[in-house]
Design a protein around this ligand. Structure first.
Ligand code: ADP
Ligand code: ZN
Length: 206
């Protein structure tokens, strides 16, 4: 099974992705994580990506599509994979249809008014876990693995504003794109906890 996780920044794609990865043994492919690893490693791709990511814009399609195409050429994805953060516009979706077979697009629907606070209060761990300052009670390490938590460089109000706008203009049209292909399943997150959202996700995937 090959699936796409769709949703606005802060919708909880990463949180659900780690759970899905564990339960369904799908390889988790996050373009955001790939770009951040490249930035950390100071690679040429990282250098290009950084200016776009800091501005809350999409990294150019040529770069992004090439990365995903390469990643999907690796044999470890044969048992199925989950794309998190790709595609992010109609061009990328059309490209993906040329080199991969998508079975399902899982759309996490959230109230956009919640997102600014959610993202700006987010603290993440390199193990993939994420938290919100409001529930950390001052803790600075990951409850799961003990590593130090940090804030993503693009989780600041200016960049988040631009990311939300980019999502509305460029990514949201994918909802229709996959609905038309008969592949869309939407989970309305409302005020569900991550566990409740995951239960709804499992009902779809099972
Ligand atoms: P979020 O979903 O919280 O915005 P991501 O980690 O998925 O976080 O993405 C972070 C940034 O990486 C995006 O704002 C964008 O600049 C870049 N990025 C990630 N995926 C793509 C993509 N498919 N196409 C272009 N840029 C991307
Ligand atoms: Zn951790």
């Amino acid at each position: 099974m090959n699936i796409i996780l769709l949703g606005a920044p802060g919708a909880g794609k990463g949180t659900q992705a780690s759970r899905i990865e564990q339960k369904y043994s799908l390889v988790h492919i996050s373009t955001g994580d790939i770009f951040r690893a490249n930035i950390k490693g100071g690679t040429p791709i990282g250098k290009v990506a950084k200016s776009y990511i800091d501005a809350g814009k999409l990294v150019p399609d040529e770069v992004t599509c090439e990365i995903v195409k390469d990643r999907l050429a690796s044999p470890d994805i044969k048992g199925g994979y989950m794309l998190d953060g790709f595609p992010r516009n109609l061009f990328q979706a059309a490209e993906l249809d040329k080199f991969a077979k998508v079975d399902l697009c899982l759309n996490l629907e959230v109230d956009t008014s919640l997102l600014m606070d959610r993202i700006c209060g987010r603290r993440v761990c390199s193990c993939g876990e994420s938290y919100h300052v409001s529930t950390l009670n001052g803790a600075t390490t990951c409850a799961k693995c003990g590593k130090e938590l940090y804030q993503r460089a693009d989780d600041n109000p200016e960049t988040v504003g631009a990311r939300l706008e980019t999502y509305e203009k460029q990514t949201a049209p994918l909802i229709d794109y996959y609905a038309k292909q008969g592949k869309l399943k939407t989970v309305v997150c409302g005020n569900k906890t991550p566990d409740e959202v995951f239960a709804a996700v499992c009902e779809i995937l099972d």
